[in-house]
Design a protein around this ligand. Structure first.
Ligand code: ADP
Length: 543
């Protein structure tokens, strides 16, 4: 017997309509590429998203067509999120930090019809223009006054001109909720990037979970600063969740350095910020150097890489802000787990609370997860063993664009994340490593993440990365690579001494090498592939 409830489709346009109707004057504040700050409310944003949708239709965009964006977090990008998906076209967010050959590959693979690009990112399009096979129009996200006088790209269109004479009265079309809504390619550290194609249904269900209060706390008193880019897994879904919650949003534009982020946090009295650990490292150091406090920030959502316990401690002790750690991936829309305190846990002493936050978090309802061995058999979820993490649920990828990467899709919908994790009996997830980064020493595993996390707590250490290096006896042994804080004089012996008692003795790195900088990938993660290449000819003193 089927239920007798309405089968209304879940559509992204409903998000902006809701915000426009019920949080109409709540502000969206943007630092623009052109310079000045821009402010308006959700009602204005909806009107302009509709004008944009009308303009897209005028350019011939239909249901299912892909429209690319190469843009920072800002109000025009926000309008594109709703204007493109709202008419059933597919919003394809490209990461401007990718190598040019990947940008061209992705735009061609997705068959993008139009590219919208921020003014200062136009050189990326110009650089790959002759390789783009399907792009018919390039729209610069600015007004006439700022349009470049000349460009390698013929007949550039101007965003403000494109929408200026449109009425903004369009009624959003209604279509199947399983229609593709947006597209985001994985960073492609191994091989070509693969396309994750979200649907309206998956996005809405993910959004409703993210905004339910227990996952990412947001309400009309929240001022959110998503530093996590809108080209990276839909800014972790925040750009959809915040409008539903009636939260004010502050978009940082292209400036993500400590000083610029601090200025926004302070001027706009941000209460919740979100981004990857590297951004916060820069900000925390900027605050120390300039004796500043983030006075309004209550919480910071951090994910994309493991959050060192030293960072959790600094946010709390130096700024009174609580860290929420999130784990997930582009293929998971991206939320899998977030830090959530169970009843009574908030009253625990600081160190115990920090230890909970240093885990990757507890499962978000709707995302099932388990760990399996290499043969695919279930492993115990009592924290005793690590295994391959597999996940399934209504916002988990079921296949990549055009059938790429088949091997990651197992039986019964279980998607292989490529992460090696423990799951504890209360559901807490503790990531050991990416399976390709785990260090195999004498038949046992050493977690590079745990070592990095411990080393980051050592005074004088700004950043730490660990890779496995070939060893004749043990197969692989850990090499710790460290960037010193400015003016710090910390040496190998200091770091190794600091690690004593904090890690298993046999995990102790065989060597510590100091470098000026550690390479990061397009989404802020430490680029282990590049580090391994850099230390290709390096021999461990113990080998
Ligand atoms: P995102 O960075 O948005 O989470 P990506 O698809 O770029 O998405 O990367 C996903 C991978 O990043 C995960 O498979 C995992 O290895 C790593 N990752 C994400 N969050 C965390 C975290 N909190 N701790 C450790 N690793 C993480």
């Amino acid at each position: 017997m089927l239920g007798l409830m309405q089968d209304r489709p879940l559509l992204i346009s409903q998000i902006i309509d809701f915000a426009a109707a019920y949080h109409s004057d709540v502000e969206i504040v943007s630092r623009t590429v052109e310079g000045p700050m821009h402010r308006y409310g959700y009602r204005d944003a909806q009107k302009r998203a509709k004008k944009l949708a009308e303009a897209l239709q005028g350019l011939g965009i239909k249901l299912g067509d892909r429209v690319g964006t190469i843009a920072w977090n800002g109000y025009r990008h926000f309008e594109l999120y709703f204007g493109i998906s709202g008419i059933g076209a597919v919003l394809h967010t490209l990461n401007p930090r990718l190598a040019p050959e990947h940008v061209a590959y992705i735009a061609n693979h997705a068959e993008d019809q139009i590219l919208f690009v921020d003014l200062n990112l136009l050189p990326i399009v110009e650089g790959v223009w002759e390789h783009l096979k399907t792009v018919k129009h390039v729209v610069v996200m600015t007004d006439r006054a700022h349009m470049p006088a000349s460009s390698k790209v013929p007949k550039l269109l101007c965003y403000e001109e494109l929408i200026a004479d449109k009425p903004g009265t369009l009624e959003w079309p209604v279509f199947d909720e399983r229609t593709a809504s947006s597209l985001c390619y994985t960073s492609g550290t191994t091989g070509n990037p693969k396309g994750v194609l979200y649907s309206h249904r998956s996005t809405l269900i993910h959004t409703m979970m993210a905004s339910n209060g227990s996952v990412i706390p947001m309400d009309p008193d929240t001022t959110l600063l998503p530093v996590v880019p809108m080209f990276h897994a839909n800014a972790w879904g925040l750009v959809y969740a915040a409008p539903i919650c009636g939260a004010k949003m502050v978009f940082p534009g292209p400036k993500l350095d400590g000083a610029s982020v601090y200025e926004l946090l302070d001027k706009e009295q941000v209460t919740l910020s979100a981004g990857v650990p590297t951004v916060w490292l820069a900000l925390l150091d900027y605050c120390v150097q300039n004796k500043l406090k983030m006075s309004s920030v209550k919480r910071t959502l951090i994910g994309g890489s493991a959050v060192p316990v030293s960072m959790i401690e600094r946010f709390w002790k130096e700024h009174g802000a609580e860290v929420i750690q999130g784990w997930g991936m582009t293929e998971m829309s991206p939320l899998g787990t977030t830090t959530r305190f169970n009843r009574g846990e908030r009253d625990l002493p600081d160190a115990e609370r920090f230890a909970i936050t240093a885990k990757q978090g507890r499962p978000v309802f709707g995302c099932e997860m388990k760990i399996v061995d290499d043969a695919g058999h279930d492993l115990p979820q009592d924290g005793s063993v690590s295994g391959n993490m597999v996940v399934r649920g209504p916002w988990i990828v079921s296949g990549y664009m055009k059938g790429d990467g088949k091997s990651q899709f197992g039986a019964d919908d279980w998607f292989q994340t490529g992460d090696v994790c423990k799951i504890e009996s209360d559901g807490s997830v503790v990531i050991t490593d990416r399976s390709k980064d785990v260090i195999k020493s004498g038949g046992e595993w050493i977690s590079s993440i745990d070592l990095e996390n411990a080393a980051m707590g050592c005074p004088g250490v700004a950043e730490a990365a660990v890779i496995g290096v070939a060893h004749p006896k043990w197969d692989e042994r850990p090499l710790l690579i460290v960037v010193r804080r400015p003016d710090a004089e910390v040496g190998k012996a200091d770091v190794l001494k600091f690690l004593e008692g904090k890690i298993a003795k046999w995990w102790t790195p065989d060597d510590v090498q100091f470098v000026d900088a550690i390479p990061h990938g397009a989404t802020g993660k430490i680029l282990k592939t590049a580090l391994r290449k850099q230390f290709e000819d390096y021999k461990l003193p113990t080998a």
